[in-house]
Ligand binder design. Structure first.
Ligand code: SF4
Length: 321
């Protein structure tokens, strides 16, 4: 899951990275931004994916900045699970790990009482059990930890930065650098799905721009402990990485152009909808979309009542994993 950087965090890191961006092997970096007042358009992988799935959905989530008032259980599980693994990997080599995990669990228990729309027992218990089961049998015990939940904001072109929060970077006993993304929701993907997944390709490419060479990419299905399967399926493929980055760059420009050049009213006229059962069925804007599509103010009003401002951040991960 990709967490959302705050605007301040994004721009701070963006400035640091803009100043240190190095020449990359492909055409997506080698940027030298010297103007201190330069503020790039910052996008994220989840925003790109939302655009690819449905431009209408992107308009609701990122143009009008709407989100469901109730945080979905899968999103809650992902948030809590990532937080638990974050404290574990940060404290794994110290005696403080038990206390850190206990404090994190306590934090979410308190959140559950204060913000029942955001967290529930239905998420806290399975997330905690999955994380603990994984931790007790840590498949990466002998690996060196290089980075945990680190935010990178890296130029993808002269005017657009890509923000990404990397779950984990490890170094194997053989000295290979491995990029890991924890998945708390869903079953392990089969090989074709693994081959078509692009998130870690984008991340590996952007890390390459930051000077870190990734040798392997791994989707870590925490519930199912499929480390071996994922590792075998995912070797680093530079051709795929470059092609995926090229497409990401292109879409990021389309998004930046749409959001900066068109008013919200103009965007509301968008007819570009996915109308795919498999996508619409999971869409938090289904009712709103239907109400607007059929010009039914009553449905629109009711739908808007179940939505609120996107308080989790402008680049909210709407995939909920
Ligand atoms: S309901 Fe379907 S068409 Fe409408 S915004 Fe959502 S994904 Fe797009």
């Amino acid at each position: 899951m990709e967490s959302v950087p705050s605007a301040e965090e994004s721009h701070q890191t963006s400035t640091e990275n803009s100043q240190t961006a190095t020449t990359a092997e492909n055409s997506f970096t080698s940027l030298s931004i010297t103007d201190p007042s330069y503020v790039p358009f910052v996008t994220s992988y989840s925003e790109i994916q939302t655009w690819r799935a449905c431009q209408r959905k992107h308009h609701y989530a990122f143009g009008r900045k709407l989100s469901s008032k109730n945080k979905s259980v899968p999103l809650q599980i992902g948030t809590i699970g990532h937080a638990l693994l974050e404290v574990y990997y940060k404290d794994r080599d110290t005696l403080g790990v038990q206390q850190a995990i206990h404090s994190t669990k306590e934090f979410f228990s308190k959140e559950m009482l204060e913000n029942p729309h955001d967290y529930s027992q239905h998420a806290l218990i399975p997330a905690y059990e999955a994380a603990m089961s994984f931790i007790l049998d840590d498949p990466f015990k002998d690996y060196k930890i290089l980075e945990v939940e680190k935010l990178y904001v890296t130029p993808i072109s002269s005017s657009i930065d890509l923000a990404m929060r990397v779950d984990l970077i490890l170094e194997s006993p053989e000295g290979r650098c491995i990029l890991v993304d924890h998945k708390f929701v869903g079953r392990p993907w089969d090989t074709p799905k693994l081959m078509m997944a692009t998130q870690l390709d984008v991340y590996a490419g952007m890390l390459g721009h930051n000077g870190m060479v990734i040798n392997d990419k791994m989707y870590n299905f925490v519930y199912h402990k499929t480390k071996t399967h994922a590792q075998e399926s995912f070797t680093y493929n530079p051709a795929k990485v470059n092609n995926v980055l090229r497409e990401t760059d292109m879409i990021a420009h389309l998004i930046a152009g749409r959001l900066t050049n068109n008013s919200i009213e103009t965007q509301s006229q968008l007819s570009l909808r996915s109308h795919e059962q498999s996508i619409c069925g999971w869409c938090p804007f289904l009712d709103l979309c239907y109400g607007e599509l059929t010009d039914n103010p009553k449905i629109v009003e009711t739908a808007l009542g179940s939505l609120g401002p996107n308080e989790y951040g402008y680049r909210e991960d709407t995939n909920g994993n």
